[in-house]
Structures are given as structure tokens and as C-alpha cells.
Design a binder for this molecule. Structure first.
Ligand SMILES: Cc1cc2nc3c(=O)[nH]c(=O)nc-3n(C[C@H](O)[C@H](O)[C@H](O)COP(=O)(O)OP(=O)(O)OC[C@H]3O[C@@H](n4cnc5c(N)ncnc54)[C@H](O)[C@@H]3O)c2cc1C
Length: 413
């Protein structure tokens, strides 16, 4: 195992840090507010981000997540992990600055792998350039997001078109997006994992109806998390079908594997920043005649958080390394362990930081409240904790069963 970042990753993370010091931290809360205020159906990025993005692109700090060397910088997962930790410190504004924001990053990854030349030209290239945004529309209100074999949203052939009918929700960043990648059932009679197909649906297609933004603990989060009604939404089969008909589950898995680890890498940055904030606050707050940092309760918060971040970081780098060595499928156990442990751990650390800040911690005057909201969601999205526990338990039980089968029966009596 080698978690030593390459010289390139060291250089990039240093440049990302310097860029964030200059362009992101001083206006972080303003960028968040501008995302809430300015994004609409015809405006993908608020003015303040347009300028910052231009600068980041000019400096080559762009599409850093893409492991593909033709369309991106070709960083390994370990290297991107190091860079992404920096980005995670101001997750939303920074990811936008470097065109690494989800769901676009995951969507670009699957387009790189699965789009045909015309789809590349129409959707991937403008996404890579940062000219448009996209969204990913899989989860439905009526069926379990953790079990997409139950999806109901239907796409039926009518001549050369697909006609889509169904309801999706939690379609993040739909407002201002130009295209949605929609997972729809194309053959309800096929085997469960062959029923669905990913379809590229322009958001101005008739029948793509935005119903309402859902709030994430009271916040719409800028471009929002939308409920979408697909009502006789008609798209040409040749243009819309991503990869083969029936390959929706495979494409979804390709998207979710690295995406899970990207989230965890960013969360390490969140945790580091929350710990720094916790320490600074404890050292600057005086009460009952002493600094808060002199209290053992608070020192316990600090020391435990340090130990937990180190553990979480090693787990994440280990999963990234495994992903680099053997790919998505073979790294499944490590991905699940990391996705189970990191969001939960980081949530506790952010919670401690909020506690140390008192009332200020739950206000919008510090980044702690978005850290908490964002983090809490990650125990649900991309496979909930219980689903990952199930995956891990299955591996262990399989190993135990194999051990038992190998044992020579012991003669008794
Ligand atoms: C802020 C936010 C953004 C999102 N963005 C997107 C997006 O862009 N696109 C998109 O398609 N979706 C998105 N989602 C949806 C997300 O992926 C789903 O919420 C997630 O997959 C869970 O699905 P569900 O909500 O239907 O919960 P369910 O599948 O109904 O699960 C509910 C609970 O059941 C329990 N459970 C599930 N499986 C098991 C099991 N095997 N054993 C024991 N218990 C179990 C768990 O406690 C789980 O949390 C987003 C969600 C949020 C909150």
C-alpha cells in the first residue's frame, strides 16, 4: 500500500489551497447565498462563481476528478483524494469553482465511459467546459432509493421515441441544469437488473415538469433537490439512450463507486476544518474565569476528533488505493466500509464543533450548519448506512462459510 501522493498531486493540492485562500474562503458564505439567490431555469451559475470558475480554469484547476487522461488530468484515486480533501474544506463553493461539483462530476464520469460520439458532443463537451450543468434523476417518492429494482418510472417506445412517465424526487441541481440523466424502466419483464436504462433528457423537453424543490433540513441548497414529474416526456431513442437498453444498473454502479469515495475524501476536509474551528473557538472563548480550551471536556472533543480523522483518512485512502489497483467491483468491501464509517465519524466531529460554538454553531454565520446538513445527507445518499453494513456482513459471512466448508469434519464420539 502506498498513500504517498505523486509530485503532481502535491503541486495541485498546494495550488488548490492557495486558490481557495484567495478566492473562496473570503467570500464563501456569499457564494452560498448567490447560489440560493441567482440560479434559475436560465442561469446555471451565479455571477460571482462565473468569475471564479474562469480563473480556476485558466490556472488548470479544472475537472480534477476525472481519472481519464483524454478528458481530464488523469489523477489516480489516491492522488485525487489528497486534492479533494482541500476542496472539501469549503465543499460546495470550492467544488463549483473547480468544476468538480456533484452531480455533474459523476455524470461526466459516466458520459466519458458510456456516451456515443453525438452524446459526447452535445452534453459531455459543454459539461467539461463548464458551460452547462446537469442532474441525475433516479430516486422516486414511491419506491426505495436503496433498491432500484423497484423503480416505477417507465419509458416506452413509440416509433423512434421514448415516452417517459413517472415521478422522481431528490433530483439535485435540476434548477438551471440543461440535461437530466434519468433512470427509467424500459423492460418491466426483464430480469431485475436488466429492466432499466439511463436516458439523456434535455430539461426543456416537453413533459419534463419541475414540481417543487425539496428542502434539506430547511434549506433548498441553491439549485435545489427537485421533485420532477415526467409526463409523456418524449425524447428520441437514438439521442437519449445511454449505453445499451437495459444497462441502467451497470451504468449506475459505474457512477456510484468512485462517487462514494469522492464524497468521503471531501468529508475528511470538512472534518479537518471543523476541528481547526473547534480549536480556534476554544482558545478564543473565555468563561468562568478560564479559556474554554483549558477544560478537559473540550480537550477530549479535540483529541478524540484528531484520532477519528486520522482513522477515517486512512480508511478513505485505503479504499482509493484499492479502487486504483483492482477497480470498482473488487473494491466493493473497502468502499462500503469507508462509506459506512466516514460520514458517521465526520458528523460526530462537526457536531462537537457546533457544541463548542454554542448558538453560533447552529446559525448560518459559520459554515458548520451546512457541514452538518451536507454530512447528515451522506448517511442516506449513495447507499444508506444499513445497506453498506449488509454488504460488509455478506462478505464476512461468505468468508466464514468458506472456512467452515474447508474444515475436515472432526470425528466425535
Ligand atoms: C440531499 C439529498 C440529495 C440527493 N440527491 C439525489 C440525486 O441527485 N439524484 C437521485 O436520484 N437521488 C438523490 N437523492 C436520493 C438518495 O439517493 C436517496 O434518498 C437514497 O438512495 C435513499 O433512498 P430513499 O430515500 O428512498 O430511502 P429508502 O430506500 O426508503 O431507505 C430508508 C431507510 O431504510 C433503511 N434500509 C434501507 N435498506 C436497508 C437494508 N438493506 N437493511 C436495513 N435497513 C435498510 C435505512 O435506514 C434507510 O435509510 C438525494 C437525497 C438527499 C437527501
Amino acid at each position: 500500500m502506498d498513500f504517498e501522493p505523486s509530485d503532481r498531486a502535491k503541486d495541485l493540492s498546494g495550488r488548490v489551497r492557495a486558490f481557495m485562500d484567495e478566492h473562496i474562503y473570503p467570500q464563501e458564505l456569499e457564494i452560498e447565498a448567490a447560489l440560493d439567490r441567482e440560479v434559475n431555469t436560465t442561469t446555471a451559475f451565479p455571477e460571482i462563481l462565473v468569475e471564479i470558475r474562469k480563473q480556476a480554469k485558466a490556472e488548470g484547476l479544472w475537472n480534477l476528478f476525472l481519472p481519464d487522461e483524454e478528458d481530464g488530468p488523469g489523477l489516480s484515486n489516491v492522488d485525487y483524494g489528497i486534492v479533494n480533501e482541500e476542496i472539501g474544506r469549503a465543499t460546495i463553493p470550492a467544488a463549483y469553482a473547480f468544476n468538480c461539483q456533484p452531480p455533474d462530476s459523476g455524470n461526466m464520469e459516466i458520459l466519458v465511459e458510456h456516451a456515443n460520439p453525438a452524446q459526447r458532443e452535445r452534453w459531455l463537451m459543454p459539461l467539461l467546459e463548464g458551460d452547462i450543468r446537469s442532474c441525475f434523476s433516479m430516486t422516486e417518492p414511491e419506491t426505495s432509493g436503496n433498491d432500484p429494482t423497484g423503480l416505477k418510472c417507465r419509458a416506452e417506445r413509440d416509433g423512434d421515441d421514448w415516452v417517459i412517465n413517472g415521478r422522481k424526487w431528490w433530483t439535485t441541481n435540476a434548477l438551471g441544469a440543461s440535461v437530466a440523466i434519468v433512470m427509467a424502466v424500459t423492460d418491466p419483464d426483464a430480469a431485475p437488473h436488466k429492466r432499466a436504462t439511463m436516458l439523456l433528457v434535455p430539461t426543456d423537453a416537453p413533459g419534463f415538469n419541475m414540481v417543487r424543490p425539496l428542502s434539506n433540513m430547511g434549506h433548498v441548497d441553491g439549485p435545489g433537490h427537485w421533485e420532477i414529474a415526467y409526463e409523456d416526456c418524449r425524447v428520441p431513442v437514438a439521442e437519449a439512450t445511454l449505453n445499451e437498453v437495459g444497462s441502467g444498473f451497470k451504468v449506475a454502479q459505474d457512477r456510484l463507486g468512485p462517487g462514494r469515495i469522492h464524497h468521503c475524501m471531501r468529508l475528511i476536509g470538512v472534518a479537518e476544518r471543523a476541528l481547526e474551528m473547534m480549536c480556534e473557538r476554544a482558545q478564543s472563548r473565555e468563561m468562568f474565569g478560564t479559556q474554554l480550551s483549558d477544560r478537559q471536556f473540550i480537550q477530549d472533543f479535540i483529541a478524540t476528533s484528531r484520532a477519528e480523522i486520522d482513522q477515517a483518512k486512512l480508511l478513505t485512502l485505503n479504499a482509493a488505493w484499492k479502487l486504483d489497483q483492482v477497480g470498482n467491483r473488487e473494491a466493493r468491501r473497502e468502499l462500503s466500509v469507508t462509506k459506512l464509517v466516514v460520514p458517521k465519524t465526520v458528523l460526530t466531529i462537526v457536531d462537537r464543533a457546533i457544541q463548542v460554538f454554542g448558538g453560533a454553531g447552529v446559525s448560518e454565520d459559520t459554515p458548520l450548519s451546512w457541514m452538518y446538513r451536507y454530512n447528515r445527507m451522506l448517511r442516506i445518499g449513495d447507499g444508506g448506512d444499513e445497506v453498506h453494513k449488509q454488504v460488509i456482513a455478506r462478505f464476512e459471512l461468505k468468508k466464514a462459510a468458506a472456512r467452515t466448508a474447508d474444515q475436515t469434519p472432526v470425528a466425535t464420539g
